[in-house]
Design a protein around this ligand. Sequence first.
Ligand SMILES: Nc1nc2c(ncn2[C@@H]2O[C@H](COP(=O)(O)OP(=O)(O)O)[C@@H](O)[C@H]2O)c(=O)[nH]1
Ligand SMILES: [Mg+2]
Length: 457
Amino acid sequence: MVTRKIPIIAIATAPGKAGVGIIRISGQNLTGLIQALFQKNLQPRMATLLGLCDKHGQLIDQVLAIFFAAPASFTGEDVLELQCHGGPHLLELVMQRCLELGRDVGLEIAEPGEFSLRAYLNNKIDLAQAEAIADLIDAQSEAAVRGAARSLQGSFSGDVNALVDEITQLRILVESTLDFPEEEIEFLENAHARERLMAVKTKLLTLQNGAKQGKILRDGIQLVLVGAPNVGKSSLLNTLAGEEVAIVTSIAGTTRDRIKESIQIEGVPMHVIDTAGLRQTSDEVEAKGIERTWEAIHSADIVLFLSAPNVESEGGTLRDRILEAVSPKCPILEVLNKADLIGGMVSSPGPYLNGAIPISAKTGQGVDVLKQEILKSVGWSGSQEGAIVSRRRHLDCIERAAEHIAKSEQFAANGNNSLELLAEELTLAQNCLGQITGKLLPDDLLGKIFSQFCIGK
Ligand SMILES: Nc1nc2c(ncn2[C@@H]2O[C@H](COP(=O)(O)OP(=O)(O)O)[C@@H](O)[C@H]2O)c(=O)[nH]1
Ligand SMILES: [Mg+2]
């Protein structure tokens, strides 16, 4: 991403009609533009009601203008916020007028995420916080909102920075030991280097667990319902969603396309995908649907494999094919639906059960147990207190750091011949963690991250 120096402008509010619509401008010096717009200077951080006119002097709108002088603004530059009435055409006219008057200073429409990028580049926020802004806006549940707000306040970054500091101190200790070869082992022992390395490892694990929970909160879980036709997949989707999302009939092959519904289980966003029942078919549409079922299985975070006492299925062979199709970390829960047909909630594991979770999509029995099993299988620890949101990128950085810490441990155990390698591994671990908050981040990655933001952010 090119980091531009020119002033930028964007509509900050969502498209469509609303009471108020906000236009935001950020640039290194906006006094000239403000003069041109309103023929006066604005006192910083004071809301002023002003008429904004077009080039013929005709009033476009009465706007509430607020000026934030650099560096005390979101981006760290001069920022002008215009609160207009919230009509799409009106906002377009205001934008046009600003662009006309700002032509001399090179005012241009902002790229996606460019305001946040500037805030990051001017050290107003770190990278994890910038990402938290996007996640706060995209949050899919109340818990995700709270988690993103915590990350934005710097809770996650604070933990990462503290760990980076500890690793740095340890590395400095090891490096300074290298200068005094005779005393090195004793020196390290006295400084409890091994214990400190263990403590780093434990904290890294805690960070990793927190980030795993955070990723679940941010992205939700892709839960795919599969099984033979008529086992009750669509019925279970409806029960989970609490409404009739999918058509249910006793005719095998009713569901021919994927149906997706987003629900929450204890605040965790779940994207439940109901699929066409897996069977041999000569029906072209159904065959296409079955192809899509397999695609859904490939990208699932968890698969519920349903069977029912009154439905013949390929059983074992189908299970093997599903096992083969899922990604290595994807859990598969076996569910025996229609348990009501075989005397309620089967207490003794009869011929049908085989470790499957008995439920009835029709009566709702067993569904709460199933929900708990789902949460457990995807690694949700159930605690939302102090939860943050995080991304695949953060988890990757933590995992790579953990690998370097594991190698550090080996080198530390090897004694004085490996101290240089130990210092090197500690540096690498430190760099991996530093990438979370944006220190030492490759430029192309930066562009990739901010381009996923929406315009005006
Ligand atoms: N007795 C009983 N019937 C069920 C249950 N769940 C689904 N059914 C019935 O089984 C048939 C097939 O259900 P459906 O949800 O369309 O199955 P799908 O083909 O797997 O999506 C329908 O007649 C449902 O009413 C259940 O828990 N108990
Ligand atoms: Mg169905």
